[in-house]
Design a protein around this ligand. Structure first.
Ligand SMILES: NC(=O)C1=CN([C@@H]2O[C@H](COP(=O)(O)OP(=O)(O)OC[C@H]3O[C@@H](n4cnc5c(N)ncnc54)[C@H](O)[C@@H]3O)[C@@H](O)[C@H]2O)C=CC1
Ligand SMILES: N[C@@H](CC=O)C(=O)O
Ligand code: NA
Length: 438
């Protein structure tokens, strides 16, 4: 740079000033000098798109606020657009428009990315801009960049872990403090962990979107959130929690993505009884943890805050600095993550260990009859527990069996459950929980 040359600042627009956006705005304003020295150019926040102009936004210059997000991303002079409004539309339309006007994108929006990451990546590539989204999976934990860069010379075989902070917080509160599901969810919302519509968290859709993004990056293919088998935590009962405790396990919402022997992928999200000896069992609060298994590196574990305004803003700012550095150098980190076409295998072809519990009549030979149902479908038993409930029970099913299987196919286990539900010696309400790390 010659003497007297003034480098122009990089123009940044922020869409959304909620839990995460407000923290990002604060960092850009408060840490301006530090960020400038890391990037080599000053970041100038030129606009903040919000829904309601009347809401007070401490720390944000009111002159920057606009409710015309479309106009903001169409200015034509933006270097970086940070999308933090969430949801698929209008977020996707705004991002595509910003890309069309030459801006690089930083987003935390996993719902949008898991809907069609391929189209967004292609638009970024075709327009020579960056698309970065470290905050979209597991909040502050660096996991996108390790998959996309650090491990890209290796062959990943499995990615699994806890990727939703809200549900981990809820389950932890229910187990540790005996708090009700509703109260724990309300607290997670207050702390800024939950999505705007927390159904996405508790029904497993948020974790499914993250699992799709992780699977796509790990296995170099396109996976959409809708292709991920997902069950949330709304059906987890206090009885399930107690049964898990009795088995030396803790219930967690887990996401699993792995390669099959015939080069397809299994991607699934569901509650699981995790053995207490497994490191995932002790991941508490809104923390997330992800294990990556790869051919050369072996097993890697990533742990940290999976949700919350400040931790998520940290990941967003990491991307902002990277994208801004690229911009300052006149480059973009073009890459095509999905160069293969791997199919997602149906859930029936996935295998797991299961814990099945059900009530039975108290008659000689019942245990053998139950075991025969499992045996008939080639499901091998690992642990069998029997407890006596109460012989005055009106329903006539006073004994409870808890059976943990060895690894078995989902389709075989489904046949066992169908048969148990039809058997006259089994009461209604057969419970099934997958098991990890036992
Ligand atoms: N809160 C967290 O812990 C994390 C959030 N994320 C993601 O970050 C994004 C933002 O999340 P939060 O800040 O928690 O959500 P939030 O609901 O607190 O903030 C979103 C803001 O965008 C505004 N907004 C929504 N639609 C708009 C529109 N059409 N026009 C103008 N403003 C609009 C809302 O009024 C709200 O103020 C989402 O994609 C979320 O999934 C990712 C990781 C963690
Ligand atoms: N609602 C999400 C926020 C971060 O992605 C979660 O709870 O994990
Ligand atoms: Na992350």
């Amino acid at each position: 740079m010659g003497r007297g040359t003034v480098t122009k600042p990089l123009k940044v627009a922020l869409l959304g000033a909620g839990v995460v956006g407000s923290q990002v705005a604060r960092i850009i304003v408060d840490q301006g000098g530090t960020l400038e020295s890391r990037i080599g150019r000053r970041l100038e926040l030129v606009g903040v798109g919000v829904r309601n102009l009347d809401v007070p936004r401490p720390g944000i210059d009111p002159e920057l606020l606009t409710d015309d997000l479309d106009g903001l991303v169409s200015r034509g002079d933006l270097d970086v657009v940070i999308e933090l409004i969430g949801g698929i539309e209008p977020a996707r339309g705004l991002v595509l428009k910003a890309i069309g006007h030459g801006a690089s994108i930083v987003t935390a929006n996993k719902a949008m990315l898991a809907d069609d990451l391929g189209a967004l990546s292609a638009a970024a590539r075709d327009n020579g801009v960056d698309l970065y989204y470290e905050a979209a999976v597991a909040g502050a934990i660096p996991i996108i960049r390790p998959l996309r860069e650090s491990l890209v010379g290796d062959e990943i075989t499995e990615v699994m872990g806890i990727v939703n902070g809200t549900t981990n917080f809820i389950l932890d509160k229910m187990v540790t403090d005996g708090v009700s599901f509703a109260d724990a969810l309300a607290e997670a919302q207050e702390l800024g962990y939950a999505e705007a519509d927390p159904t996405a968290d508790v029904e497993g859709h948020d974790a499914a979107a993250k699992a799709a993004i992780l699977a796509g990056l790990a296995f170099h293919t396109e996976v959409r959130g809708s292709e991920v088998f997902s069950e949330g935590i709304t059906e987890v009962t206090p009885g399930d929690i107690a049964a898990a405790e009795q088995m030396g396990c803790t219930i967690k919402l887990v996401a699993i993505a792995k390669l099959t022997d015939d080069d397809r992928i299994i991607v699934k999200v569901h509650p699981a009884m995790v053995a207490n000896k497994h490191p995932l069992a002790s991941v508490s609060g809104a923390y997330n943890a992800i294990f990556v298994n790869s051919r050369e590196a072996g097993e890697l574990m990533f742990l940290g805050a999976g949700a919350g305004g400040n931790p998520t803003a940290s990941a967003v700012m990491g991307d902002v600095v990277t994208v801004a550095r690229n911009r300052a150098r006149g480059t973009a980190g073009h890459f095509s993550p999905a160069y293969t076409r791997r199919q997602v295998a149906p859930i029936g072809e996935s295998s797991a260990q299961f814990y099945v519990s059900f009530d039975v009549v108290d008659r000689p030979g019942i245990l053998a009859k139950c075991a025969a149902v499992f045996g008939k479908h080639n499901v091998s038993l690992r642990v069998v527990q029997q407890s006596y409930l109460d012989d005055t029970r009106a329903d006539g099913f006073p004994a409870r069996l808890g059976i943990m299987t060895h690894q078995t196919l989902e389709s075989q286990l489904a046949q066992v459950i169908d048969e148990l539900e039809d058997a006259d010696f089994v009461g209604s309400g057969v419970r099934v929980m997958r098991v990890e790390g036992f």
